[in-house]
Design a protein. Structure first.
Length: 276
C-alpha cells in the first residue's frame, strides 16, 4: 500500500514538472503562426496557406495551387508597396513656407483673377492637372491644393459676376441720368452745370436775399434756359441749404468755419466781395 502511494506521488510530481516546463497550447499556436508568416509559401500546408490568406485579406477558398499563387502575388505587391512608400517618403520634401503665406498661393490667385474662365487652363483644366503643371504647387499636398483651387474658382467667379453686374448698372445709370444734358421733360439739368455754381455764389453773396426767383433769373444768361418752376425750386433749395441754423445742425463748428473761409475765397476770386 505504501509503495503504490509513493509511486503515484512520484508520477504526479513528474507530471506537474513536465506540465510546467512544456509550453501552453496558445503559445504553441502563436509560435506556429509566426513561423507560418515567415515561411516560404511553397513549404506551407493547405491549412497554413488558408490561414495566411485570411491574415492577408485574400480569398481562402480554392485549390492548393490557387492559394499558392495568391500568396506569391500578394507578397510581391506588399514588397513593391513598401519600397514605393520608402522612396516617396525619402524623396518628398516638406515646403519651408506654409501654404497661407506662400508665393505659390498668391500666384495661383493672381492667375485665376486675371485669367479668362472660358479659355485659360487654370480655369478649364481639372485641379489635379493644374497641380501637376506647376512645380511650386507640387511642393504642397495634392489634395489640399486641389481643394484650394476649387474654393478659389468659386469665390473669384462670384466676384467677377458681381463686378460685371455693378459695371453694367453704372453704365445704365450714366446713360439714363448723366449722359444727357436734359431730363425726361426736356428741361436742362441743373446738376453739374455752370448755372448751379453761379447760383451758389449769388446766394452766398446775398444777391438773392429778398428777391423773387424770377428776378434772380434775369441777372445772368446762364439762368435763362431753365423752366420757371424748376428754377424756383433750385433757388429755394439753395437758400435753405445755406441757412445758418441748418448748416450748424448738419456740420460741426470747425467744418462750418472752413466752409465759410472757402466760400469767401471763391467770392473774392469771382470779384463779388472786396476785403479792402
Amino acid at each position: 500500500g505504501r509503495g503504490g502511494g509513493f509511486e503515484s506521488g512520484q508520477s504526479s510530481l513528474a507530471s506537474v514538472a513536465l506540465g510546467s516546463s512544456l509550453p501552453s497550447q496558445s503559445a504553441v499556436l502563436k509560435g506556429s503562426e509566426e513561423n507560418a508568416q515567415g515561411m516560404d509559401p511553397h513549404q506551407m500546408s493547405y491549412r497554413e496557406k488558408q490561414k495566411e490568406c485570411k491574415r492577408r485579406g485574400l480569398p481562402a477558398t480554392g485549390k492548393d495551387k490557387d492559394l499558392l499563387q495568391r500568396l506569391l502575388g500578394s507578397s510581391g505587391s506588399e514588397q513593391a508597396a513598401d519600397k514605393g512608400n520608402k522612396t516617396t517618403s525619402s524623396t518628398a520634401k516638406k515646403p519651408d513656407i506654409p501654404w497661407k503665406k506662400s508665393k505659390a498661393k498668391a500666384d495661383l490667385i493672381e492667375m485665376l483673377t486675371t485669367g479668362d474662365p472660358q479659355r485659360d487652363h487654370v480655369w478649364t483644366k481639372p485641379p489635379a492637372e493644374v497641380w501637376g503643371s506647376r512645380e511650386d504647387l507640387c511642393l504642397y499636398p495634392k489634395a489640399n491644393v486641389c481643394d484650394a483651387i476649387r474654393r478659389y474658382r468659386k469665390t473669384i467667379l462670384i466676384q467677377m459676376k458681381s463686378i460685371k453686374f455693378e459695371d453694367k448698372a453704372a453704365d445704365q445709370h450714366w446713360t439714363r441720368f448723366c449722359d444727357s444734358a436734359v431730363d425726361s421733360r426736356g428741361n436742362p439739368k441743373l446738376h453739374n452745370s455752370a448755372a448751379k455754381n453761379l447760383l451758389e455764389l449769388d446766394v452766398a453773396a446775398g444777391r438773392a436775399k429778398g428777391r423773387k426767383p424770377s428776378d434772380i433769373k434775369k441777372d445772368r444768361p446762364e439762368y435763362a434756359p431753365f423752366e420757371t418752376k424748376q428754377w424756383r425750386r433750385a433757388v429755394n433749395n439753395e437758400r435753405q441749404k445755406q441757412k445758418g441754423e441748418i448748416w450748424y445742425a448738419k456740420r460741426n463748428k470747425q467744418g462750418a468755419l472752413r466752409h465759410i473761409k472757402r466760400r469767401e475765397a471763391q467770392l473774392e476770386e469771382a470779384g463779388m466781395i472786396d476785403r479792402t
